[in-house]
Design a protein around this ligand. Structure first.
Ligand SMILES: CC(C)(COP(=O)(O)OP(=O)(O)OC[C@H]1O[C@@H](n2cnc3c(N)ncnc32)[C@H](O)[C@@H]1OP(=O)(O)O)[C@@H](O)C(=O)NCCC(=O)NCCS
Length: 267
């Protein structure tokens, strides 16, 4: 599969509008220079970033919901890797095996327990997604576009929303902005869209003189961790979510921070 080369993303203007088409599509540059029409044989990163509009609402909610839901299987695996989970499963299996002298009952019981654990993970994600859809994503225009130091953008490709990101003043770190709701459709991954969205938030924060951008991601969002580390964010702290199911899972959240003053000096 073709992987887009890493390129500098510096074309955001003050409206938060970028055109990454020529940057990310070297074959187009080639075509323009040579005047020869070539057939594209690989996935094109033909997209641009623009501010959210009301008609994007459904697409944004869907992109966010799908992006979050895809972490259910890895979260389930995370629970299975926890020693307490393995111990409970083992104890149930051994106790039923000794008492029933048959494999059928313990296997059935362990299967049911695994199904229950999976349901608990699904419940946890569903609850988180519902909360987001009820709070900031309920009225994106109101939450992100009418408030000071807040904004929401989408990545559009072929007239379709394929990526989302927003930012709000960080509740825990006064003066800083928090990057939120980063998600890219599966069909458009590894084309630099998330990097471009992230850069848009960083530029927006720089324009407002914010000292840093912060964000939260979780232990199972490994692609996101790589993305933010690639963009220069540093992991500041990690903590387990206080909810019971999350505690049992040892579901850890990471706080990342990009120091804009340091970044400015570096650039
Ligand atoms: C995380 C996510 C937004 C990345 O989107 P993307 O458009 O594919 O990311 P990009 O193409 O811009 O990649 C940027 C960098 O991130 C890292 N990265 C992203 N996906 C990766 C993967 N599958 N494996 C390894 N590194 C990855 C790489 O460093 C990459 O840079 P490179 O291509 O120069 O190596 C996307 O996978 C997603 O939407 N996930 C589901 C929702 C989610 O978890 N959101 C994060 C909320 S905090």
């Amino acid at each position: 599969m073709y992987q887009q080369p890493s390129l500098g993303l510096t074309q955001t203007n003050t409206n938060g509008l970028c055109d990454f088409h020529s940057l990310l599509c070297p074959q187009h540059i080639y075509t323009a220079l040579s005047g020869v029409q070539t057939k594209q044989s690989w996935a094109m990163a033909d997209f641009h970033i623009r501010k959210y509009r009301d008609e994007d609402e459904e697409a944004v909610k869907e992109t966010f919901t799908l992006g979050m839901s895809e972490h259910v299987p890895s979260s389930f695996m995370l629970v299975l890797k926890q020693p307490p989970t393995q111990m409970v499963l083992m104890c149930v299996f051994c106790a039923l095996l000794t008492s029933s002298k048959s494999f059928l009952l313990p296997i059935l019981a362990v299967t049911l327990l695994l199904a229950a654990v999976r349901q608990a993970v699904v419940y946890m994600f569903k609850k988180y997604i519902d909360t987001c859809l009820r709070i900031d994503l309920k009225n994106i225009g109101e939450t992100y576009l009418k408030q000071k130091d807040s904004c929401f953008w989408v990545a559009e490709s072929d007239g379709r929303v394929v990526g989302t990101v927003g930012c709000l003043p960080a509740e825990t770190v006064p003066g800083c902005l928090e990057l939120k709701r980063m998600s890219v459709c599966r069909s458009h991954r590894r084309m630099g869209i998330a990097k471009a969205l992230c850069r848009t938030v960083v530029d927006f924060s720089c324009e407002r003189g914010c000292p840093a951008v912060i964000l939260y991601t979780s232990v199972v969002q490994t692609d996101a961790q790589k993305l933010y580390e690639n963009m220069g964010f540093e992991k500041m702290r990690e903590f387990v979510v206080s909810e019971l199911v999350a505690k049992i899972m040892n579901f850890t959240l990471f706080e990342y921070r990009l120091d804009l003053k340091r970044e400015g000096q570096r650039n």
